[in-house]
Design a protein. Structure first.
Length: 121
């Protein structure tokens, strides 16, 4: 298909993403990335973990070029032998959609009523 001129393709539809899309899942604590209020001691791993950080996937205002957006995020988790044997192999992930201009860094900082989808994988 061609556009206005001969041999010129029709430009793809371009729009801005209307909101932020993010996930929240615990991460290993890094002082350059997380604040002290995020810090918890993980009994299972024996490491300091940041609890409930918001990890941006698509930012409000990002350009959408008329095709699906694919983003791959690797989530590593460990289970105790007894939990694994008992079939307890789930990971909780919270999906966030926000119209705010700035996306907060933690779930606790989202305004009440902000849509979140809690998912167990």
């Amino acid at each position: 298909m061609t556009g206005i001129g001969m041999g010129v393709p029709v430009p793809p539809k371009v729009s801005q993403c209307p909101r932020h899309y993010a996930i929240s899942v615990s991460q290993e604590y890094k002082d350059w990335q997380h604040t002290d209020q995020d810090l918890v001691q993980d009994v299972f791993h024996g490491r300091r973990m940041a609890r409930d950080p918001i990890i941006g996937i698509i930012r409000k205002g990002d350009l959408i070029l008329g095709h699906p957006i694919n983003k791959e995020i690797t989530i590593n988790c460990k289970f105790t032998e007894s939990a694994y044997q008992a079939g307890n192999r789930t990971v909780g992930i919270v999906f966030v959609g926000s119209d705010l201009e700035e996306l907060p860094s933690r779930l606790a900082n989202l305004p009440r009523g902000m849509p979140c989808l809690h998912s167990i994988l």
